[in-house]
Design a protein. Structure first.
Length: 271
């Protein structure tokens, strides 16, 4: 494993420009003529589709940890939803997250929280991380899948095409809110799992790192904020293990089970 450090890495100017472009685009929501309640409703709906179904359910619990199984068509649909989050392609996302779990809060962790809130939240992405070189050996199960490779290689053109569609449906308000605002909000909600849930909240289990259970992150990420539970039992499909730990993604998995679309669901043994 290549060791990542935070003090000798070169800036990744392409990622810096990418992040700046998206955040500046989100600020356009304050310009005259870019607001409508329909556009806000669209952004909220797409937050759930891309952040909830795509990232939390698809990229994370289904693909990264294989905590349950679905028919391949449903897996591809969830992966496509995650691709629309524009957090990089699915192969890179899954690989980096698996590396994180192997080295959580150690120097080889790409977003090691011991290096500070800013680093774990988004600073780590602005540098050329050595961990990227290890992605192929952590993603052998998906790296040669044509659909995953398509989403990995074309996630930006896919987003551009989606933006054109939204423009024809609702004009610039749909583009600003449905693309830029939605992407940036989903970004920061996802990143809070890397930063806030290694700093704020309570610890139920000794997980060998600084992961915590943080209720307000759980609300924004459809259950991902029960992060200490997750790091203690990373292959469990259920993250909220107490009755008060609301886990909307686990409820979704239960619903899919009822429909016969989620099988081989993994849970903590004590459940």
């Amino acid at each position: 494993m290549t060791v990542a450090t935070s003090n000798k890495l070169q800036p990744d100017w392409a990622i810096i420009a990418y992040m700046a472009f998206l955040h500046l685009g989100a600020l356009a929501a304050f310009l005259p003529g870019t607001f409508s309640w329909a556009a806000v409703g669209l952004a909220v709906f797409l937050h759930w589709v891309t952040g909830g179904l795509g990232i939390t359910l698809g990229f994370h619990r289904l693909v990264t940890h294989r905590s349950f199984q679905t028919p391949k068509w449903l897996e591809y649909f969830l992966v496509f939803c995650g691709t629309l989050s524009c957090q990089g392609g699915p192969i890179e996302w899954v690989g980096m997250h698996r590396i994180h779990h192997l080295h959580s809060d150690q120097n080889a962790d790409p977003h090691d929280s011991t290096k500070g809130f800013w680093w774990s939240h988004m600073g780590w992405m602005l540098y050329q991380s050595p961990a990227r070189a290890d992605i192929p050996r952590f993603t052998r199960d998906i790296a040669e899948d044509p659909f995953y490779r398509f989403c990995q290689n074309y996630f930006i053109p896919i987003q551009v095409a989606f933006g054109v569609l939204l423009y024809f449906l609702g004009g610039w308000p749909f583009v600003i809110w449905g693309i830029f605002v939605r992407i940036v909000v989903v970004f920061h909600c996802t990143w809070l799992v890397n930063s806030a849930t290694h700093l704020f909240g309570y610890r139920t289990y000794e997980s060998g790192d600084r992961s915590t259970n943080c209720w307000w992150v759980a609300l924004m990420t459809y259950g991902e904020g029960w992060h200490n539970n997750h790091h203690a039992f990373q292959h469990s499909a259920r993250h909220g293990l107490q009755w008060w730990e609301i886990d909307l993604t686990w409820m979704t998995i239960q619903f899919l089970q009822t429909l016969g679309l989620a099988t081989k669901v993994k849970l903590v043994e004590k459940e």
